[in-house]
Design a protein around this ligand. Structure first.
Ligand SMILES: Nc1ncnc2c1ncn2[C@@H]1O[C@H](COP(=O)(O)OP(=O)(O)O)[C@@H](O)[C@H]1O
Ligand SMILES: [Mg+2]
Length: 159
């Protein structure tokens, strides 16, 4: 596991972080976004979405659990699946709504409140944990499997 911590002094920086991350994403990737309410998870997905060519407004799909957008990653058409699993209370519910079917080679998954699917997402998932809230700067802890992400995120992971 490779781990790195980043400081994000403003909401714009959170979006920029998402956009920079998106440059290394491709279909099949899963990004787990941990962090409390108001941490900036959606802001990060919005930045990523913009970089992936999503033109529709992105908001937290808290009630629908999942939203899907046409996207382009590395010059290929793909989908961005944005999950907000705040309302899931049991792992079995994740099975019922078919979260597994979102893990697809043609889709990039970015999941808020991913605790209940983290195990199913597997060791290749990229984990981001945002801390801080309110008007404070945020910190993001990124952890990922070096052999899976190292090349693509080299600009991030380089010391
Ligand atoms: N690095 C940051 N510094 C300060 N405020 C931020 C930062 N990142 C995001 N925010 C702000 O935090 C608020 C909550 O962001 P949001 O993305 O909706 O959080 P979450 O999806 O985690 O609940 C927004 O007003 C957003 O602009
Ligand atoms: Mg959110």
């Amino acid at each position: 596991m490779t781990e790195k911590i980043f400081s994000l002094p403003s909401a714009a920086e959170t979006e920029r972080f998402g956009a920079a991350l998106a440059a290394g994403l491709r279909g099949g990737d899963i990004v787990l976004l941990f962090g409390g309410s108001g941490a900036g998870k959606t802001a990060l997905v919005q930045g990523a979405g913009r970089a992936l060519g999503v033109t529709e407004p992105i908001t937290s799909p808290t009630f629908t659990l999942a939203a899907e957008y046409e996207a382009v990653a590395g010059g290929r058409r793909t989908r961005l699946i944005h999950l907000d699993l705040y309302r899931l209370t049991r792992t079995e519910e994740a099975d019922v709504i078919g979260v597994d079917s979102f893990f697809h080679p043609d889709a990039i998954v970015m999941a808020e409140w991913p605790e209940l699917i983290a195990a199913a997402a597997g060791p290749e998932a990229l984990r981001l944990e945002i801390t801080g809230g309110g008007s404070e700067p945020r910190q993001i802890r990124l952890s990922c499997a070096e052999e899976y992400w190292g090349e693509r995120l080299s600009s991030f992971l380089r010391p």
